[in-house]
Ligand binder design. Structure first.
Ligand SMILES: Nc1ncnc2c1ncn2[C@@H]1O[C@H](COP(=O)(O)OP(=O)(O)O)[C@@H](O)[C@H]1O
Ligand SMILES: Cc1ncc(COP(=O)(O)O)c(N)n1
Length: 269
């Protein structure tokens, strides 16, 4: 039996709810062997980001090479990439190793509002990394930055998704967590031909630290197993819904989600 393996290229979150930590927990819960290449170490808790310490380009490149040359990941997720040089390096490595199952979570700001990507890096994200993405998973503010358009309605999101496909992404998932006008949260996928909606009940909670990371990591895990994009998102949506609903209640700010809730439900249902 082949064990599915996934690599996450992202930042470390000392608080354990987002970034590398969320990705590894999600991979593990979905039965996938997780590997990492760390871009930056952040000092973070539920109240905010107290420090960002980027690694050198050499440190990032060597981690990716070490994984690539011996462990052959079946899918790769990118999260916090911090600056343009790191984005270009990661893009070159993806091309060099011929990797195709690339899930890009275009992380820009933390839930508390602190920047996790330098402003001038957005151009590199659009030109170097986006065309390599099998799936890109912007939230509404990120889709606005990537397209330069204002997004107020579902139709706006559809236009944004089309523009991102025109820029080279194969599948665009514009998440709906930031649209609080409805008690249903709707995530929108555009595969270049058809729009697909994924709905879940909106939970009134401030404990949403790491939801984007966790959702994209679950998509990555499922794609690493050979599942198609639609099936992978279906499972990821159920995973994040459980993780948000089964609150842990840690910290006095934006707390983490519960990464084991999905399996707990499946076991005890
Ligand atoms: N309050 C909520 N209730 C239920 N699902 C949510 C809630 N907030 C976010 N989600 C889901 O979590 C995932 C991440 O969404 P979003 O908040 O848009 O992204 P990000 O964490 O990148 O800002 C999406 O699947 C979204 O539908
Ligand atoms: C290291 C790191 N990466 C990503 C996020 C974004 O988190 P979210 O998933 O809540 O947008 C974060 N807060 N920290």
């Amino acid at each position: 039996m082949t064990v599915s393996r996934a690599l996450t290229i992202a930042g470390s979150d000392s608080g354990g709810g987002a970034g590398i930590q969320a990705d590894l927990k999600t991979f593990q819960e979905l039965g996938v062997f997780g590997m990492t290449a760390i871009t930056a170490v952040t000092a973070q808790n539920t109240l905010g980001v107290q420090g960002v310490y980027p690694l050198t380009l050499e440190a990032l490149k060597t981690q990716i090479d070490s994984v690539a040359e011996d462990l052959s990941p079946h899918a790769i997720k990118t999260g916090m990439l911090f600056n343009a040089d790191m984005i270009r390096l990661v893009s070159q490595q993806i091309v060099h190793y011929g990797w195709e199952n690339i899930i890009v979570d275009p992380v820009m700001v933390a839930k508390g509002g602190q920047s996790l990507l330098q402003e001038e890096a957005v151009e590199a994200l659009i030109t170097s990394l986006l065309p390599l993405a099998k799936v890109i998973t912007p939230n509404i503010p990120e889709a606005e930055v990537l397209t330069g358009m204002e997004i107020r309605t579902l139709d706006h999101r559809k236009d944004a998704a089309k523009r991102l496909v025109d820029l080279g992404a194969k599948n665009v998932m514009v998440k709906g967590g930031h649209d609080s006008t409805n008690d249903v949260v709707t995530d929108l996928l555009y595969d270049g031909h058809t729009f697909h909606l994924f709905e879940g009940e909106r939970k009134e909670t401030k404990h949403t630290h790491g939801t984007g990371c966790t959702f994209a990591a679950a998509i990555t895990a499922e794609i690493s197993k050979g599942n198609n994009v639609l099936d992978a998102i279906q499972t990821a949506k159920a995973f994040i819904q459980s993780a948000i609903e089964d609150q842990l209640g840690f910290g006095s700010g934006h707390g983490p989600t519960n990464h084991w809730a999905f399996n707990k439900r499946n076991v005890y249902r």
